[in-house]
Design a protein around this ligand. Structure first.
Ligand code: AGP
Length: 607
């Protein structure tokens, strides 16, 4: 995620307003910042890597002239956070400046075409190609809006764009495909931003641009058009009644709930990874004699789930390892043909970093999956993939967990194709199902987003919960339990269901709630026996199962019915969502703050 902001003022300088606007969007990204303003027909651009206030002060950006301008704060997805990759990006002539939030899927092909037409690029970002595409269309001697519309029709992927040009000094152009952008008007001028918080100090009269729409802004207001056919769109202004604090959460009461509901978008972005990174990491993995998936906390549970994917799809044995145990457990046996995939949302977890340094010392190949492009992990790994989830403010990992799984699933599928251990039809079918997962998660949120509260009300007074699953669902059960534990502090257990007889079943007595994660698939036939074991000892059964799964439903006291047709190997992604919601709402019901659970930090950077 990145933050974009723009304004056209009737009087006064735009730069200080841009600065304030971006500050309200800092939670969307903060590894670099840039402004573009227009004054007397000249385009002024200043930008660099670094936090907003630091860069604005160092480059004296508030002194930039002009009452029209745009600004951008970046969460790097393509290209490290360096000055050259900071937005705005410009065309060869330096007449067009573009800021962007989103991921352009076809930027490599478009860049190739533009290079062949003689364009020079200064960055490695996907965004820069947009400025050159507009420059190309301007050669057709059409007015600016038409040139931009033509350029936009080449793009595939997600974008919220702000565009200014010295050739059209009175206007700002904005466009949206998936990534949000909001327009606002007041007697002082016209505004645009990624999110309402940036507009509230100036206006609460707004319009949300919709996907596939384009708008031309001037100091008196804006006109909206459909990108594909150029037809005009009329839309009423909405009055925003949120407080500023609520607005930063887009109306959600907590960042965690906002981030749970962001998962369809973050999963779509995780599916827009540049294939060359998937190819690179899978090639390294394919060469390894032994493969470790190493992480902490929720990221470790993603590794457990991934180990089932690699084994089933790629016939590769991978060893999920807890970061803090890695050196003691495997440190002495690592060698040059060991491959360690470190999975870390923050890329700064102390135990994970200690483990990769040890692995590097042993000449092992260290790979990374992270959400933070400029993190230590991304710099110390031989190669890494950015999962593109955008900043996750809630301490509890939610959207970053499901995106990690989506990245790891793509790696497992890529290796399945390479190694050819399963049929091409099976791989293609699973790939197609994987592409549907964001929509499935959207459906789960629609079905259970509110109704899960009934389950919370029923079990709110419980003093112990047990979470069980078999096969890959044991990872889902472990993560579901961690969510409940870290948010509500209620003691709970989570085990692979087959382990119950080896100890955990001793805690079961009348009324103890046992949550079973049981999608259809290979492990399902064994889960029925586990449910019967628990019921025989008085447990109350809460099952997360496929809609219409009569056997499970009849055995359960409560069920959360999931959409039909979710492959077992991908089931942790949608099946964790009801458990995220359950933990969140139970914490709220207990009067706790889900965004900041006691004793926990978002990134554990100490031993
Ligand atoms: C999970 O909700 C916690 N926030 C915690 O377990 C977290 O997953 C763990 O600290 C690992 O963090 P990382 O992914 O940034 O390395």
């Amino acid at each position: 995620m990145c933050g974009i902001f723009g304004c056209i003022l009737k009087t006064g300088k735009a730069a200080p307003i841009i600065h304030e606007g971006l500050k309200k969007l800092e939670y969307r990204g903060y590894d670099s910042v840039g402004f573009a303003t227009i004054d007397s027909g000249a385009l002024h651009v200043r930008k660099d890597a670094g936090r907003i206030d630091e860069v604005v002060e160092r480059l004296e950006m508030e002194k930039m002239p002009g009452s029209l301008g745009i600004g951008h704060t970046r969460w790097a997805t393509h290209g490290a956070p360096e000055m050259v990759n900071a937005h705005p990006h410009m065309d060869c002539e330096g007449r067009v400046a573009v800021i962007h939030n989103g991921v352009i899927e076809n930027f490599m092909e478009l860049k190739e075409e533009l290079l062949q037409k003689g364009h020079n690029f200064t960055s490695r970002t996907d965004t820069e190609i947009i400025a050159h595409l507009i420059e190309e269309e301007m050669k057709e001697d059409v007015e600016m809006g038409e040139a931009i519309l033509r350029a936009l029709r080449n793009l595939e992927g997600s974008y919220a764009l702000g565009i200014v040009s010295s050739t059209d000094p009175e206007r700002i152009y904005v466009a949206r495909n998936e990534s949000p952008i909001v327009l606002g008007v007041s007697e002082h001028g016209t505004f645009c931003a990624s999110d309402v918080p940036a507009l509230l100090p100036y206006t609460n009269q707004v319009v949300y641009l919709r996907s596939g729409e384009f708008a031309v802004m001037d100091e008196d207001g804006f006109q909206i058009k459909n990108i594909q056919d150029g037809t005009s769109v009329v839309r009423e202004l909405q009055e925003i009644t949120w407080t500023l604090e609520m607005a930063e959460k887009q109306g959600y009461p907590h960042f965690m709930l906002k981030e749970i509901y962001e998962q369809p978008v973050s999963l779509r972005n995780a599916l827009r990874l540049q294939q060359r990174y998937i190819d690179l990491l899978s090639a390294f993995m394919d060469r390894g004699r032994e493969l470790f998936l190493m992480a902490a906390g929720t990221s470790y549970y993603a590794c457990i789930a991934a180990s089932y994917m690699f084994s089933r799809l790629s016939r590769l044995s991978t060893y999920p390892v807890i970061a803090s145990e890695f050196i003691d457990q495997y440190g002495s046996s690592l060698g040059i043909d060991s491959v360690v995939v470190a999975v870390s949302q923050s890329g700064e977890t102390y135990d994970t970093l200690q483990a990769i340094e040890h692995a590097r010392m042993r000449a092992a190949t260290v790979l990374g999956v992270t959400n933070t492009v400029f993190s230590t992990l991304s710099r110390r790994a031989r190669a890494y993939i950015s999962q593109q989830s955008g900043p996750e403010i809630g301490v509890a990992a939610t959207k970053t967990f499901t995106s990690q799984l989506m990245v790891l699933a793509q790696l497992a599928l890529r290796l399945a194709r390479t190694k050819g251990k399963i049929s091409q039809d099976e791989v293609d079918e699973l790939d197609a199902k994987m592409q549907e997962i964001p929509d499935v998660v959207e459906e789960v949120l629609k079905r259970h987003g509110e109704s899960i509260k009934d389950l919370v009300d029923k079990y709110a007074g419980e003093k112990l919960f047990v979470f069980l699953g078999r096969g890959i669902s044991s990872a889902t059960a472990l993560e579901g339990r961690l969510k409940l534990l870290e948010l509500t502090y209620i003691p709970s257990l989570a085990y692979p269901a087959g382990e119950s007889k080896h100890g955990p079943i001793s805690v079961i007595e009348d009324g103890v709630p046992v949550v079973f994660v049981c999608p259809r698939g290979n492990s399902r036939q064994n889960i029925v026996g586990s449910i019967m074991e628990m019921k025989a000892r008085g447990a109350r059964i809460i099952s997360i199962c496929e809609e219409g799964d009569k056997n499970i439903i009849e055995l359960s006291d409560d069920v959360v019915e999931m959409p039909v047709g979710i492959p077992e190997l991908l089931s942790p992604i949608p099946y964790i969502v009801p458990l995220q919601l359950f933990a969140y709402h139970l914490a709220v019901k207990k009067g706790l703050d889900p965004d900041m659970p006691r004793n926990l930090a978002k990134s554990v950077t100490v031993p």
